[in-house]
Design a protein around this ligand. Structure first.
Ligand code: IVH
Length: 683
């Protein structure tokens, strides 16, 4: 069959299914039997499996997946459902501990108690109880907005529908994991690849009777809104959950030291295969909820918790070649091309060698037999060389001195924080025209945290790049979809899907745009800080004007988190004519929303600066508090400053003098805590 005919047949099946969906769900009057309905569904899935270019928003494969399908009502989580940062090693855990202690400004010798809980690989859900009645069940969705899957969750036996306990809060969002046991998974239909997919798929069935057919389980571990809060520790809450009739994990435990953590991790990992559900690690949460509250969040994950993954899987292979990839920031990364090897169910044929130093330290050569490790979704890496099996004729690998893409002489930058030369070799790309860097920037531009163009993955960028269809971001909005539909591997349907995704991405916001530009040293957090300053795109465009830019960059230096590294990088970026035209033509293609600042909080519209160390909290915590309360942090005193907070430990007298001259309100530590009115929670 020709491609066009296949697409036609596919669309017809989708239309047919839609018709029956409408009859069944909207009018409650099915026209065909369940069996015939399933046959249409099967046919669609079969076609999609056979022809990977087939895709449609109304396909049943999409609707069982996790993407918002419009099938369920979307509801905002009162308290966002966050994700967790990962730790793969003891060092990662030590780092996590250190960061917590620094943030809380407590001594290294002081102990912090953690609740260590198995991380079940299932689907998280949030269950709202009002006066003890289960009233609303939401999926995680994107963490901010979930889908109303109450009726499906109600089919799960483990979820109490009514709780008659006097100590049960008036309002409580119970959070936990919906999963399917390994043994139950074996018993059900082979429709799903793994237990997690099975749980996700059945939770998102339109018909709760379908959900009911699959033996789902629920284990509780967290909370969102609680009123009133009658517990002070995570461990206390876990105990209460049990009392209220929820399942909690049998392997939950309190741990205090790194030694404890390691011992427990090892123990659970050893039991892993005999536990009847998929576990991918342990979660550690600071047990004390007041401390959790103080620690707060960074981007999408809490500072007070981490997922300690189980050890990675390893395999051996031979290095066929070492290629140098040039990244978006010009970093040259050596990648080992290895003979394909199956490591823990995933076929691996590339492994990163990180940088030149790493190759030298491990003495990695083409032709070597190496041990490769794959951990979770991180890029596989070469651990070590089996030198006994080394061929005598192998030669040391010479790291290129020139960028393989543009031929520029490579550099190693000096890192002012570590006071050392960077390990990374870079293409300086002085003219912003290194081809590989441009291409990698496009990949960054379409990625999730940037413009988030659904379905426009790295492969498609590469494909369009090779065909000279795109070079700069604005080109994406000039694509000719009629021509694309005629390309090898494309059709009308896939082209129109892409067109729709691109159109959707044109509605964006200033913070996303700034991040999407891929300016060096301007990551997600800094992009937000800048967006907060510029608020709208008009103001941001002033950066394109040389004279205005000078003034703006000077002011930006006052913002916390923005230093000379960032302003220099902005200057270099915007003084290049190539970049100026890239940015201005891009802005014309987009509809850019202003930055949404929280218009509430005790510091709303105020600027605050700190000098000297505080005794009861770290600078990082103070900063986070100000931002949470709608305020901005400045790094130097100016007329725009509202408060200067002078900490007890080594304040800079120059700054105080200047603030005094400018008539700025000066607060000592006690008045600062008074202003926060949270003295009790710090003590
Ligand atoms: S706590 C802010 N506890 O892991 C805290 N999560 O990557 C976030 N998960 O979406 C969740 N077991 O699906 C927490 N004991 C546990 C967990 C757990 C499994 C999953 C959950 C979450 C993901 C976070």
């Amino acid at each position: 069959m020709e491609r066009k005919e296949i697409e036609k047949a596919y669309i017809n099946k989708i239309k047919e299914l839609r018709k029956h969906d409408e009859a069944y769900f909207a009018h409650d009057k099915p026209i065909i039997s369940d069996k015939d309905y399933d046959a249409i569904k099967e046919k669609i899935l079969e076609l999609e499996k056979k022809y990977s270019f087939l895709k449609h928003k109304n396909s049943p494969s999409k609707k069982v997946g996790y993407e918002p399908s419009g099938k369920f009502k979307k509801i905002q989580h009162e308290v966002p459902m966050l994700s967790l940062a990962n730790a793969f090693s003891t060092e990662n855990i030590e780092d996590f501990l250190k960061k917590i202690k620094n943030f809380l400004n407590i001594k290294n010798s002081e102990e912090i108690v953690f609740s260590a809980e198995p991380k079940i690989d299932g689907i998280s859900a949030s269950l709202k109880y009002i006066d003890g009645i289960f009233t609303l069940g939401l999926s995680r969705g994107d963490g901010k907005t979930g889908e109303d899957i109450t009726n499906n969750l109600k089919t799960i036996k483990d979820i109490p529908k009514k709780i008659n306990k006097t100590n049960f809060p008036k309002i409580l969002d119970v959070r936990g994991e919906v999963y399917i046991s390994k043994s139950d998974f074996k018993k059900i239909d082979k429709k799903f690849a793994n237990p997690r997919n099975a749980a996700g798929g059945s939770l998102r069935q339109k018909d709760p009777n379908e959900t009911k057919k699959i033996p789902l389980k629920f284990v509780a571990y967290g909370f969102g809104t609680v009123q009133p809060k009658n517990f002070e520790k995570q461990s206390e809450y876990l105990k209460l959950l049990k009392e209220w009739g929820f399942n909690t994990n049998l392997h939950n435990k309190l741990v205090r030291t790194i030694k404890d953590i390691e011992k427990n991790h090892k123990k659970v990992e050893e039991q892993r295969s005999s536990i009847d559900y998929d576990l991918d690690g342990l979660v550690y949460k600071v047990d004390n909820l007041k401390l959790q509250n103080r620690l707060g969040f960074v981007s999408n994950s809490p500072r007070w918790a981490i997922a300690h993954k189980f050890s990675a899987e390893k395999g051996f292979s031979i290095i066929k070649n070492i290629e140098i990839q040039v990244g978006r920031t010009g970093a040259l990364t050596p990648v080992a091309k290895i003979e394909s090897v199956n490591i823990g169910g995933v076929v691996v044929s590339n492994a990163t060698l990180h940088n030149e130093d790493e190759i030298m330290r491990k003495d990695i050569r083409i032709g070597d037999i190496v041990c490769v490790q794959r951990a979770g979704d991180v890029i596989p890496q070469v651990l070590y060389v089996n030198k006994d099996k080394r061929n005598k004729n192998t030669k040391k690998f010479n790291f290129p001195e020139k960028c393989p893409s543009c031929g520029s002489k490579t550099i190693k930058e000096f890192n002012y924080t570590t006071k050392k030369k960077d390990a990374v070799t870079r293409c300086p790309d002085l003219k912003f025209n290194c081809k590989e860097i441009l291409r990698e920037k496009l990949k960054h531009f379409v990625s999730k945290d940037a413009l988030n163009i659904d379905g426009f993955g790295k492969k498609i960028i590469q494909n369009f790049w090779d065909l000279n269809l795109i070079k700069y971001p604005a080109d994406i909005f000039e694509l000719n979809f009629e021509k694309i539909s005629l390309l090898d591997g494309w059709g009308e349907l896939s082209a129109s899907n892409l067109k729709e995704s691109i159109k959707k991405s044109q509605e964006t916001s200033i913070d996303k745009l700034i991040f999407a530009l891929g300016i060096r040293h301007i990551g997600q957090e800094n992009a937000k800080t800048l967006a907060k300053y510029f608020v709208n795109i008009k103001k941001f465009e002033e950066l394109l004007d040389k004279d205005k830019r000078k003034k703006i960059l000077n002011y930006l230096l006052e913002l916390d988190g923005i230093g000379e590294t960032q302003t220099n990088s902005l200057e270099i970026f915007f003084s290049n004519s190539n970049n100026l035209s890239t940015v201005s033509s891009l802005i014309k293609k987009l509809n850019i929303a202003d930055y949404k600042n929280s218009k509430s909080g005790i510091f709303y519209g105020k600027t605050i600066m700190f000098t000297g160390g505080l005794t009861k909290m770290s600078r990082a915590e103070a900063k986070a508090l100000v931002e949470k309360e709608g305020g901005k942090i400045l790094g130097t005193p100016s007329k725009k400053l509202n408060y200067l907070v002078v900490g007890d430990s080594k304040p800079t007298s120059k700054k105080i003098e200047k603030a005094k001259k400018l008539n700025i309100k000066i607060l000592d530590e006690t008045s600062w805590y008074g202003l926060l009115n949270r003295r009790t929670s710090i003590n």
